[in-house]
Write a protein that binds this ligand. Structure first.
Ligand SMILES: [Zn+2]
Length: 236
């Protein structure tokens, strides 16, 4: 008797969940519009489609942002209509969704550039960084996605009795030290955030999951920084 009541309650809950889920599912159905497969000296490659209208041809916009100045130096568009056997084979619509856009890297000058792409107003996955000239070694950097970032300093309200010492025994240094959740970002990892390469060498009680706390020298700087959602890149 008790059990059957429980089962009824359970089924009722399932039914409720089933009713609650459909609307977000419809929204998310179009939320994986494609991916950037590669960015190199030849340009940017990938694919994009509208899963709600597989016969449509998406317009892809690639943006190239200087990691040094934060400014967009290039916006390039192309239609995603090249046949890709791999997509057709895996059952992604007709497979006619590939794009290849050549990028005039040398006109942008030496630097590291964030490569992002959009289709149907949504961002494609696989953003990456491409280095030109003396920054060529920056290539191979991989996006870990968007993290919540905050700031801290050696003051008592930020660091308590730790001051400028990190949990790994180093002296915290501005422009270098970040505090991470070591279960998400192992100590010693080098991450690029906003064009600066930091090293994960500290942790904090409030730093959990996809959250990174960036070390600054003064509390004024931490206040100015506030909270920002930033794309985080793993530097090999
Ligand atoms: Zn502080």
């Amino acid at each position: 008797m008790k059990n059957s009541k429980k089962i009824k309650w359970f089924l009722g809950t399932l039914l409720m969940i089933a009713f609650l889920i459909p609307s977000p599912t419809v929204v998310f159905a179009g939320a994986a519009p494609g991916i950037i497969d590669g960015a190199d000296e030849a340009g940017v490659r990938g694919w994009a489609w509208n899963s709600l209208d597989p016969s449509a041809c998406e317009e892809v916009k690639v943006t190239i942002t200087s990691q040094t100045t934060g400014t967009v130096v290039g916006e390039l568009t192309s239609s995603a209509s090249k046949y890709r056997k791999d997509l057709a084979d895996q059952g992604t619509g007709t497979g006619n969704y590939g794009f290849e856009i050549s990028v005039p890297w040398s006109s942008y000058g030496d630097g590291s550039y964030l490569v992002e792409a959009y289709a149907g107003g949504q961002k494609l996955s696989g953003s990456r960084v491409y280095g030109v000239g003396s920054f060529a070694s920056a290539s191979g950097i991989r996006s870990l996605g968007i993290f919540k970032t905050t700031a801290y300093c050696p003051c008592r309200s930020c660091s308590g009795r730790w001051g400028g010492r990190t949990s790994t025994g180093t002296v915290a240094t501005a422009g270098h030290t970040i505090s991470v959740d070591p279960r998400v970002i192992p100590y010693g990892s080098r991450l690029m955030i906003g064009g600066v390469i930091y090293t994960a060498e500290d942790c904090g009680g409030g730093v959990k999951g996809n959250h990174i706390d960036i070390f600054f020298n003064t509390h004024g700087e931490t206040r100015a920084y506030g909270t920002r959602d930033m794309e985080v890149f793993l530097v090999p």
